[in-house]
Design a protein. Structure first.
Length: 109
């Protein structure tokens, strides 16, 4: 078999681009991209714009968010996001508890 990223080819390890850090991404040979990072701590009822580490070439399919928690603080809330399907470079989130940051995992191609 030939080496490449097409059907019936053996993937070249260079096709698996990876940036390992607190904010990073993984590109797969299929074109699928996973991205992760942190969302700044917003004030209550305040939108926060978060930029992806790299732009999705086609579109962002989904963003999963999880609000941070400080043990024994009693501060628990929720976070939601929007705007990811129409913008390949950023998304918007809003949290219910001020001062708590969050993390995201974005999936796209």
């Amino acid at each position: 078999r030939n080496v490449g990223t097409g059907a019936n080819q053996i993937p070249d390890m260079g096709s698996f681009t990876l940036s390992v850090s607190d904010t990073g991404y993984q590109k797969l040979p299929s074109g699928f991209i996973l991205q992760w990072g942190s969302i700044g701590a917003p004030g209550i009822a305040q939108d926060v714009v978060t930029h992806f580490p790299i732009a999705f070439p086609n579109r962002c399919l989904r963003v999963l968010v999880s609000q941070d928690y400080t043990p024994d603080s009693g501060a628990v809330g929720y976070i939601a996001c929007a705007g990811f399907s129409s913008d390949p470079v950023k998304f918007i989130s809003r949290a219910s508890t001020p001062g708590l940051g969050a993390s995201f995992l974005a999936l796209g191609c």
